[in-house]
Design a protein around this ligand. Sequence first.
Ligand code: SF4
Length: 429
Amino acid sequence: MGLVTQVFRDSDLAALPGHIAIGHTRYSTMGSSKRANAQPILARGQNIELALGHNGNVINALELREDLVRDWGSKFAGTTDSEVIAELYANAPGETWADRSAHCMRRLRGAYSLVMATKSELIGVRDPLGVRPLCLGKLDGGWVIASESCALDHVGAKFVRELEPGETVVVDGTGLHSTVWSGARKTHAMCIFEHIYFARPDSILSGQLAYKTRMSMGAQLYRQHPAKADLVIGVPDSALAAAVGYSQASGIPYGDGLVKNRYVGRTFIQPDQRMRELGVKLKFNALPQVLEGKSVVVVDDSIVRGTTTPRVLKLVREAGAKEVHMRVCAPPIIAPCHFGVDMGSVNELIAARKTVEEIRQYIGADTLGFLDVPGLLKAVGVDDGSYCRGCFTGSYPIPVQLEMDKLQLEKNVAGARHDPAGNELPAMT
Ligand code: SF4
């Protein structure tokens, strides 16, 4: 449990034998944060033994878990959807990974980008909607699979391509083999929030560098919500590219008015509201030398609960800004995410409870402008039915229950309970 650098020493890694490895650094969006839910997860099924790492969220995990217990006598140590996927794959009928994926993809509903390892194979799977990213790279004659292409750059691997929705790739002693499940969508329903916030700016998503897409969002924000100002700043780091785009489109100079403290973690992994509030102060510092007496456009990626933004704007004002014009890349978030982004329940989403004018007053901005959904799609470069945008519209690529409960397996599985000592679940601010 903990950050990679806190958990693994070089000597731990050097002691691992073998030529196939998988790792996992995602916080949980289903099941509490406790050791039994840490990944990769090992599963021993009727047919195979595998280790699995998962990004996403499966919405019918409870039902599948009950089926696995009844049909195969599966035993579960934790309370995540990821363990259900591991058990499902380990017990799936079929001689090939294409057969197993077809069996699993027919049953799983939701988002899952997977890496799996057996003793002789490395496997990558992207769900039939393609909600979460997954990409393939090449390194010294071997293959690398990662959520984001920036991870390939760090290990010196060459980006080859993104996996298709419904694709399974298998690397074994004879090379790389790929199949796409026949039931997969022709157009993907990838999470548009990956473009806005999640992906690192140096990652390639849907064939585009995230940094460039964010610059386009900033330019589009200016077209939809122009402001008269002396300076454009971005909330570091995820909104900097959009702020550059706003500056270039408007001709208003760009500056660094906020500095991010690089020695603290991201606020959205802080465990509770009190810590999240403290976290903003620890996270940013404003530069009076840059902001004093200026009318400032502040660009951010999103406003989810509305915890962070008022504090950031307060810092900007305290540093001497005379006007603050807030511009936000994500449209108002009115509905929760069911596919792996922890935004909390609908009651916690500020735009589900307040109008834009009420949010403006609440955050303390002189003006406030959000990109709308058509503007966002235009900036990303799509105008058709691809991309999930459910949190902005309440309409999802597959039917979902209105409220999602991250602890549903803990509440509904006999014998399982929420770990009182575990960190409470992380959430976006
Ligand atoms: S609901 Fe929003 S955050 Fe969740 S997958 Fe869809 S676009 Fe992404």
